[in-house]
Ligand binder design. Structure first.
Ligand SMILES: O=C(COP(=O)(O)O)N(O)CCCOP(=O)(O)O
Ligand SMILES: [Zn+2]
Length: 311
């Protein structure tokens, strides 16, 4: 069924596992993700950035938001696993309100690039609107480094746990994304992968609410190998290793944002299929391999995060 993200995350918080929040921009990634969730009997959070809504709605926020609600709700209402739809990195008021109006389960207000007091003020505004119609809210404290279209910041500023406690009390957000050293995209670490576990532990103790890890893709080795075999150049790519991801779940992360791993899996399958089937031009065929690899990456992640069997 189509449910509220808060319901999914409160259960995860109580039982100390995490739920994958999987970014989509089209039908094919949704199909692959849902197949993995059904196979693993796992709750799923489907999420779209403002860029995805712009892409699907060809520039009209409400048209794009409605497109995703109709598609995701249409599938979810026929399934036994709980599925929610979340607006990822909401920054533009028009997009946030369009998502709420269209029927999204939850929205992120990302004012993490603003000074603390301003982040509080903006977040309180969105919480008031969203909560008035039963929509839950995510916010971010601290800054992610790294770049991914329209989601980037120059330096990575880690979360201040005391600020996090104050922020949650003043804003009443439902879940919080503390910056602990990750970044968006496929090039997260120059040297050794390292996250600030102490800060994460303190934020959990001080707030007690479901926590979100952004920039949580692992950059899966087998996928990189396949993609590069068929012409991709992913040199220098490095994500969050599985054992580090597992540690963050033990320390209180309950929502794990994953986009890059899905993108790399899809393009690896697409390259492989097109290389091996030069005569093919039916999109229902040539996207099969890409969907297969997305499904595999998602299924493995659901096991890793401990949400498999929790539907
Ligand atoms: O945290 C993540 C993804 O992290 P990842 O890159 O490690 O998968 N996200 O919020 C996804 C951000 C996607 O934004 P856009 O559609 O504008 O490119
Ligand atoms: Zn993010």
């Amino acid at each position: 069924p189509y449910v509220n993200t808060k319901e999914i995350l409160e259960k995860a918080n109580k039982e100390y596992y995490a739920v994958a929040a999987l970014n989509i921009n089209n039908l094919e990634f949704l199909q692959a993700i849902l197949e993995a969730g059904i196979e693993k009997k796992s709750p799923l959070i489907i999420e779209t950035s403002e860029g995805a809504i712009k892409y699907a709605g060809t520039g009209d926020p409400l048209r794009g938001a409605k497109f995703f609600v109709d598609m995701v709700k249409g599938f979810a209402d026929t399934l036994d696993i709980p599925v929610s739809l979340h607006l990822d990195h909401g920054k533009d008021f028009k997009y946030i309100v369009s998502a709420i109006k269209a029927g999204y389960s939850s929205v992120m207000i990302d004012a993490s690039d603003k000074p603390f007091e301003e982040n509080v003020k903006i977040t309180k505004e969105i919480v008031k609107i969203a909560h008035s119609v039963g929509v839950s809210v995510e916010a971010e404290l601290g800054k992610l480094a790294g770049i991914e279209d329209n989601v980037s910041s120059a330096e990575s500023v880690l979360v201040n746990p005391d600020e996090a406690k104050k922020f949650v009390e003043e804003t009443q957000v439902d879940f919080l994304a503390p910056a602990i050293g990750t970044s968006h995209g496929a090039f997260k670490f120059k040297g050794e992968a390292k996250l600030d576990y102490d800060r994460l532990k303190q934020v959990k103790e001080l707030t007690g609410i479901p926590l979100v890890l952004h920039g949580a893709s692992s950059v899966v080795e087998e996928i990189v190998e396949i993609a590069e075999k068929y012409g991709a150049d992913f040199g220098g790519s490095k994500g969050v290793p599985s054992e580090i991801l597992k540690e963050t779940v033990q320390l209180g992360i309950n929502k794990v944002n994953t986009d890059t791993d899905l993108r790399m899996a899809f393009v690896a399958g697409l390259r492989e299929y097109l290389h091996n089937n030069p005569k093919e031009f039916d999109p229902r065929n040539y996207m099969k391999k890409g969907k297969e690899y997305v499904k595999k990456v998602v299924a493995d992640r659901l096991e890793l995060l401990g949400s498999a069997g929790k539907a």
